[in-house]
Design a protein around this ligand. Sequence first.
Ligand SMILES: *Cc1c(COP(=O)(O)O)cnc(C)c1O
Length: 394
Amino acid sequence: MYGDLKEYLTAELQSIEDAGLYKRERIITSSQSAEIEVGGKKVLNFCANNYLGLSDSPRVIGAAKRAMDTHGFGMSSVRFICGTQDIHRELEAAVSKYFGTEDTILYASCFDANGGVFEPLFSDGDAIISDSLNHASIIDGIRLGKAKRYRYANADMDALENCLIEAQAQRFRVIVTDGVFSMDGNVAPMDKICDLAEKYNSTVMVDECHSAGVVGKTGRGVNELFNIHGRVDIHTGTFGKAFGGGAGGFITGHREIIDLLRQRSRPYLFSNSIPPAIAGASIEVFRMLEESDRLHSTLVENIEYFRTMMIDAGFDIRPTQSAICAVMLYDAKLSQDFAAAMLDEGIYVTGFYYPVVPRNQARIRVQLSAAHSRAHLDKCINAFVRCAKRMNVF
Ligand SMILES: *Cc1c(COP(=O)(O)O)cnc(C)c1O
């Protein structure tokens, strides 16, 4: 009896296609790296979240293999039944040490972490105050609970203050924000957010997916960047970006919060444990970052070089303190033609336009990595300049 539904879905797919919004996936036939093979052609990759270049690190791969040899392939269980190994606890301790927090809980993804964090902690009489540009998983997580919802314009502290004043009617308040916003690469003003939280008796949660491993003197995220240790109550994050790019998420923060999540957080209680290979590899990632800041400092040098050269070349770059660099083109079609021309030049970047970004704010998003060499960066910058001249961008 599929008929009616099939007809509806076919029409729906056609309307996505007609609107020019149908997403097509490029097939990569190499490992994820600075240089990848796409459709039989080698290109430089400037659109992965591989910030520290660990996606194909031999040391990380070796740790994953060793963990499989010693701890097997899968856990076949959730954590509280028979799915917790020593390495799961060891990874939680490594995350806590890295962020300077009391305890950590692992999830299958950060999408799950954000989906499971609100409902156990905040209920009917509470308030969740959320930045308008927060990640989809935060929006979904908030929807799963009964707390009253407030939304403030991106990084707008007056708007946040107004929400906090209104939310004095509720029992507990939590301000929720991405650490780095993925479309502009701007960092949330965490110092001001913490000041307001203290003034209005609110807790603070930050999603560190794009900030951890990247911002702060040694990459330890927003606490380090703003010197706000102990003032953020909940950090969520992923192993799927800077920290190796495999998969898995976590929540780290105060002991009681993590304890209660272990008792009540549904994606933790009712979903399989992360596989030993991921746990073992992620432990190795934190060991590497503990031993040396080299990967992070290389990333920072690459970001500074790329931004300086692009601004000198005349490009309009969004202010950024992260590894995300938005090269503004404004026109939707131009952003798509530009990305295609860049691919012809051997540079893989993505063009974003409405509704992913506001109307007439189309752009090419460049993501920098410690894996990029100076030659890679120069090749990318030169391709940008050639394409811009050819397409009359300036
Ligand atoms: C990538 C991302 C997520 C999802 O992380 P996964 O571990 O891939 O599920 C959540 N929040 C933000 C801000 C992200 O950028």
